[in-house]
Design a binder for this molecule. Structure first.
Ligand code: TMP
Length: 242
């Protein structure tokens, strides 16, 4: 596809967003840079940009087929994705199937504890504030989204979970939790950002080995190998012999 990238609109921790010559679109460029704990920890995960770009594309296509509107339009190269230009809603929506990370800290439940009904959480997407947790009333008070938008976002987040969880399970991956971002274009809502080992917790179904960014956050080693393993299972479709 012939798309020209123009001015850099925004550079985030893991991606750069460019304007294009096509109105209403942007290009997401996926970097190998990794940060954790609100960028207190910085590093590089070699090849991550390519893996996150390709994996996000595969999952966005699957979600579109299942009726979830996403910002994904086309893959332009190993690290570049053409997307709809969204007005991003400043809420991070998290869905959890298993206790891990900040939920383990907040509740005292052991990491790995199963959750019968998926839990949806909302966080304020604000680096200066360190992404604090919000409830529906805070969302209303801050006018981050209308009540109808919030209802749609939560319902869509759960729908995405029901699509992705079995899809990943068939590939030997337990979808522990994940983060979504939504945005508007011409008053319609779309799923934005990315779906990758940066934004999901993925454990090997059998061994419960962590195959996601927690390996970087917690200095577990084997970071690149974990990303490559997820890529193999989800994108190239190879069956693991592990
Ligand atoms: P948490 O347990 O640290 O709250 O993380 C929940 C999920 O959200 C996990 O899958 C990782 C993802 N996540 C992000 O995508 N970005 C972030 O900045 C953080 C803290 C978590």
């Amino acid at each position: 596809m012939n798309v020209e990238t123009r001015e850099k609109l925004y550079e985030g921790k893991a991606k750069i967003v460019y304007e294009t010559d096509r109105p209403g679109t942007i290009v997401q460029y996926f970097k190998d840079d990794a940060t954790a704990f609100n960028a207190l920890k910085k590093g590089t995960i070699v090849g991550k940009g390519v893996i996150n770009n390709r994996m996000s594309a595969t999952l966005f296509e699957r979600l579109e087929r299942a009726g979830v509107p996403t910002h994904y339009l086309a893959t332009l190269s190993d690290r570049e994705m053409l997307c709809r230009r969204l007005d991003i809603i400043k809420i991070e929506t998290i869905v959890r199937n298993v206790v891990a990370g900040s939920l383990a800290k907040r509740t005292g439940l052991e990491e790995g504890t199963a959750i019968t009904q998926p839990v949806v959480e909302l966080y304020y997407k604000s680096d200066p504030l360190g992404d604090p947790m919000l409830n529906d009333e805070h969302v209303r008070m801050l006018r981050l989204a209308t009540p109808a938008e919030l209802t749609w976002m939560k319902r869509t987040a759960l729908k995405i979970n029901t699509i992705l969880k079995p899809h990943l399970a068939r590939r030997g991956l337990l979808l522990v939790d994940f983060k979504l971002e939504f945005g508007r274009q011409s008053r319609k809502l779309y799923l934005g950002d990315e779906i990758s080992p940066d934004t999901c917790r993925l454990w090997d179904s059998r061994s419960k080995e962590k195959l996601d960014k927690d390996r970087f956050r917690r200095d577990l080693g084997g970071v690149e190998e974990a990303y490559q393993e997820v890529y193999r299972r989800l994108v190239t479709g190879e069956v693991s012999t592990k």
